[in-house]
Design a protein around this ligand. Structure first.
Ligand code: 5AD
Length: 452
């Protein structure tokens, strides 16, 4: 326990599932030090904005939000405002200069020392003269990346009673030329499989039945000779766990063995996120994705052959430097050929320090053109998705009820194939598995009817 019992923290998370999981980890670390978790910034002494750096847009949103949160300090100057995560790592001291009211920036490898750093700020331990709580120590930057920090031995505070995020790997050894992740999360670090398995046993004992294994390239996991498909099989066999998912795999490490484990183990969901990025070989080469359209298609084919009904999702970037109109059309064509159930679509966003910034100036696609391509891509994807989903209306699916819906009396859940369904059911259905008739679709999500 620290000398400051009953401190409270509010964590607001932006970005990917790994970030959500990191937010839970920070909460867990602080709860173990006597903090309470607040559900609003107004009621917290420590406010942490847990950030994403993947695209410029994500960062702009966060900067605006941090500015808003500064208002809290007008009435309560003792509030500690921290920015954590990938954007904190990327901008570091620049962020402290730009936002002088931010007390702490902390990258993804610094969370273990969070309680200690907050105490330093609170007590002014590293400040020059004043010890008054209103004039605390200087701003703190905790930005060291680590080759081993995987947060073993710390407890994540799980916000859902239904499912659990389980990071098995942190960092990334790939060097996709567009991507900032290796620079803000460091090299790949894998947890020991026995630690992962015992954590998931505890998750099962807590009554949660779904786990999602997380890693930047989750399927390149390897620890003490245990490779990803071995770990996945063991996870799927833990008593009490009924649904296993994982994200995000790199296509190159989608092996026949992995697909076989997915096919054989009934608790592994028929769902695969397979980031394509582009449907043109030249662009893929410039992105350093290290696969071709042909090899990607082979993986899709094999996956669909082995896992009947497999639901596939993907990530696509348009207007990567040098992408021509016809190369972009190759992506559209491939989308029509593969027919992904879901696609996350992005305009290329330049990230300082990444290799793609060094392409010649004339390679860069204009903003208008990028916007046009994105709009076209979204249109094509939406129409494919709507066709796929309309064809699924009328099916009965097993739905794990996750939370209350927006309309009263309604709940939200997911099918094994990761499709969202809203239907009328009592709130105490949350956490249970129900047979639900899919009665309609918005194109992307479903309406359903609970069957007795
Ligand atoms: N610009 C646009 N999209 C990006 N992604 C990663 N880096 C960038 C970037 N610089 C996308 C990729 C990745 C997803 C998580 O974000 O599609 O798979």
């Amino acid at each position: 326990m620290t000398e400051f019992p009953k401190k409270s923290v509010y964590v607001e998370t932006y970005g990917c599932q790994m970030n959500i999981s990191d937010g839970e980890l920070m909460e867990g670390i602080l709860v173990d030090e006597g903090y309470e978790v607040s559900s609003s910034p107004e009621q917290a002494d420590v406010v942490l904005v847990n950030t994403c750096a993947i695209r410029e847009h994500a960062e702009e949103r966060v900067l605006g939000r941090v500015g808003q949160l500064y208002a809290l300090k007008k009435n309560r100057p003792e509030v500690i405002l921290g920015v954590t995560g990938c954007m904190a790592q990327r901008l570091g001291e620049v962020l402290l200069k730009r936002a002088p009211y931010v007390d702490l920036v902390m990258g993804p490898d610094g969370y273990r020392s969070l309680p200690e750093q907050l105490n330093k700020i609170r007590t002014g331990a590293n400040s020059v003269p004043s010890r008054s709580p209103k004039k605390r120590g200087p701003q703190l930057a905790v930005l060291d990346l680590s080759i081993e920090e995987n947060y073993e031995g710390l407890t994540q505070r799980r916000s859902s009673q239904v499912g659990a995020w389980v990071p098995i790997q942190r960092g990334c050894n790939h060097r996709c030329t567009f991507c900032i992740v290796p620079y803000v999360r460091g090299p790949e670090k894998n947890r020991k499989s026995r630690e992962v398995l015992s954590e998931i046993q505890e998750i099962a004992e807590s009554g949660r039945t779904e786990v999602t294994l997380l890693g930047q390239t989750v399927n390149s996991y390897e620890s003490e000779g245990v490779v990803f498909h071995d770990l996945l099989r063991s996870v799927a066999r833990i008593p009490g766990i009924r649904r296993v998912r994982f994200t995000s795999p790199h296509p190159n490490d989608v092996t026949p063995e992995l697909l076989e484990v997915m096919a054989e183990e009934p608790n592994i969901c028929e769902q695969l996120h397979l980031p394509l990025q582009s449907g043109n070989d030249m662009v893929l080469r410039r992105m350093l994705r290290r696969y071709t359209v042909e090899t990607f298609l082979e993986k899709v084919q094999l996956a669909r052959n082995l896992i009947p009904g497999l639901s596939l999702s993907t990530d696509i970037i348009v207007a990567f430097p040098g992408e021509t109109e016809s190369q972009f059309e190759d992506t559209l064509r491939l989308l029509r050929e593969i027919r992904f159930d879901d696609a996350y679509t992005y305009k290329y966003s330049l990230r300082d320090g990444t290799p793609a910034t060094r392409f010649p100036q004339e390679y860069f696609v204009s903003k208008d053109e990028a916007q046009n391509r994105l709009a076209k891509l979204i249109e094509v994807h939406r129409s494919i998705q709507a066709e796929i989903n309309e064809a699924e209306v009328g099916r009965t699916e097993e739905v794990l009820v996750e939370k209350e819906g927006r309309k009263s009396g309604q709940v939200l859940g997911r099918t094994r194939r990761n499709k969202a369904v809203a239907f009328i059911a009592p709130a105490d259905a949350i956490g249970t598995y129900q047979q639900v008739l899919l009665t309609g679709t918005t194109g992307a999500t479903f309406m359903g009817e609970l069957l007795d």
